[in-house]
Design a protein around this ligand. Structure first.
Ligand code: TEU
Length: 528
């Protein structure tokens, strides 16, 4: 039950802290900030891939699963990181990318040379299907000398692995065990619900996703993975990143009764600003849908005794500070940062906070396509026929680069002594200034984590939603103690009537007897 109070800090190593002066973050940089993370109150650190990789997709294209890319340090540095983290009571979670490898992986090189054993580690086919790559275009690449196509659900440099092949599955479990032996305490599995494809391979509806999403053998594969690796590990935490999944599948993936994963990331709540389901759209926010999603997922997960994950951001998402409704002043921005955090992390589940979110880091402004680094964003820019200004505006709202801007440790940035590989966002959000300001976003996050960790109602309480057209409201209840959490996500004032006995936390709301007035972006936690 303890796990409902866990907080996990996500690190995107490239943008966290650079100690070598090459403009790219590294493992020693992470080690130098362990005290910072511990002091904020976190239990686990999830680090995105640091394995040897050509970095076409920033490490999600793995060329060697057993070795750390020299870009970030060495295997010895990693051992040191685990040791230093554990010493502070922090646990390390690694990111495992098992839907695909890099085309630079020796398995794929051998496959391309015609070696049958390794060709069967991947998905080669005589024909292509209509499946679309998540990064745009058809998902099959023709290899002339083999006269076959290979599948890549992501970039052409990320060929999909064939989980039907038992030898391959054993290879993957060996990798997991190698890192477990090095002392890691958990894994995040990248797009893990895409690994089981529907055979025979054929055209699917629309972009073809139903042919490989939550596929026919997925639960069997996950059960086998667990049985062969982390099954009996104490204090171990796994989370599967699920692409376009359904609630019923997620309940299965994370049900404690089924021995698959502990938790899942699902993303429906981060698509409520996709107009007509299109990521590359701007200035749109469907509040009704967001409320409905929180209510459905939270209550259904609870009924089925499944632990949900709570998160607003990661390295694929724009910054939450800049998302949905815009704040119009600095004060309003800080109030908004706190309210959005309250409404998310006071729900029921394990909380994941992405580096820089605790500082309220904002999106980037792109003046030209030359500022853009992300492969998905560049593909969109090159393939869309919208005008260039609109495309750049949309990228400033939606590009994955927004989440990848460097941490801002000091007034001058402080991430590196050199020019960072990607530009900084608004420097006003630096840690240095916020540390001494008790009203800062940073100090709020620290207090909020403490608040939840020390409060049984907020950790373990049952959740129930109350419908309101302008406010997000829910109740947490434990041992007959009830809290009401009320959040105003908008830039206008809204009110709510309720009796209460105590105020647990107040972020700019006012109370007059039973009338609660919520000024723009304000929130309040009441004992009722
Ligand atoms: O992302 C999976 C994924 O499909 C999305 O998050 C995707 O980046 C976004 O929806 C596109 O609009 C994971 C990783 O988190 C991401 O960084 C990798 O690029 C991707 O898998 C491939 O490994």
């Amino acid at each position: 039950m303890n796990e409902l109070g866990y907080f996990v800090y996500q690190i995107y190593p490239k943008s966290f802290c650079d100690t070598t002066g090459n403009g790219i973050g590294d493992i020693n940089g992470i080690i130098s900030k362990l005290d910072y993370i511990k002091d904020l109150g976190f239990d686990y650190i999830w680090i995105t891939p640091m394995y040897i990789s050509p970095q076409k997709d920033n490490g999600y294209d793995v060329a060697d699963y057993y070795n750390i890319d020299p870009l970030f340090g060495s295997n010895e540095d990693f051992d040191n990181l685990v040791m230093q983290a554990n010493k502070r009571g922090l646990k390390i979670m690694m990111d495992m990318v098992f839907n695909h490898t890099s085309s630079e992986h020796t398995w794929f090189k051998k496959a391309l040379s015609g070696d049958k054993k390794y060709m069967d580690y991947y998905i080669f086919n005589d024909n292509k299907t209509n499946w679309e790559s998540k990064f745009g275009g058809n998902a099959w690449e023709y290899v002339e000398h083999l006269d076959k196509y290979y599948l890549h659900l992501f970039d052409v440099s990320q060929p999909d692995l064939n989980w039907e092949n038992q030898d391959l599955r054993q290879e993957l479990y060996k990798i997991v065990n190698y890192w477990i032996d090095k002392g890691v305490s958990g894994f995040r599995f990248d797009v893990i619900n895409l690994i089981s494809k529907n055979y025979p391979l054929k055209d699917g509806k629309n972009d073809g996703r139903l042919e490989y999403t939550d596929g026919p053998r997925i639960h069997e594969f996950l059960q086998e993975l667990r049985a062969n690796t982390f099954k009996d590990k104490e204090g171990f935490l796994t989370v599967g990143e699920m692409s376009s999944t359904s609630i019923n599948e997620c309940i299965k993936y994370a049900s404690p009764k089924r021995d698959e994963l502990d938790t899942v990331f699902h993303f429906h709540h981060l698509k409520v600003d996709y107009k007509d389901n299109l990521k590359w759209s701007k200035d749109y926010f469907d509040f009704e849908l967001l409320k409905e999603l929180f209510k459905t997922w939270q209550t259904k997960m609870q009924t089925n005794d499944v632990v949900d994950t709570l998160f607003w951001s990661n390295h694929d998402q724009p910054r939450i500070a800049s998302r949905f409704i815009k704040a119009t002043s600095r004060d309003q921005q800080i109030t908004k940062n706190k309210t959005y955090a309250i409404l998310m992390y006071m729900m029921r589940g394990i909380s994941y906070i992405y580096q820089g979110e605790e500082l309220g880091l904002e999106n980037l402004v792109f003046e030209s396509i030359d500022d853009v680094v992300d492969i998905e964003s560049i593909n969109f820019y090159n393939s869309s026929n919208m005008d260039n200004k609109t495309k750049l505006d949309i990228l400033s709202q939606k590009s994955r680069d927004n989440g990848r801007s460097p941490m801002i440790w000091h007034k001058d940035g402080g991430f590196s002594t050199n020019t960072p590989w990607i530009k900084y966002s608004n420097i006003d959000n630096n840690l240095f200034d916020q540390q001494t300001d008790e009203n800062s976003t940073y100090n709020f996050y620290k207090n909020m984590i403490k608040l939840k960790k020390n409060d049984e109602v907020l950790k373990y309480g049952n959740i129930k939603f109350i419908d309101h057209s302008n406010l997000l409201i829910y109740i947490r209840e434990y041992n007959n103690i009830k809290y009401l959490i009320i959040a105003n996500m908008f830039d206008q004032t809204h009110s709510f009537k309720t009796n209460f006995s105590d105020i647990i936390f107040n972020n700019n709301a006012t109370t007059d007897k039973d009338n609660i007035t919520l000024s723009p972006f304000s929130s309040i936690i009441l004992k009722v």
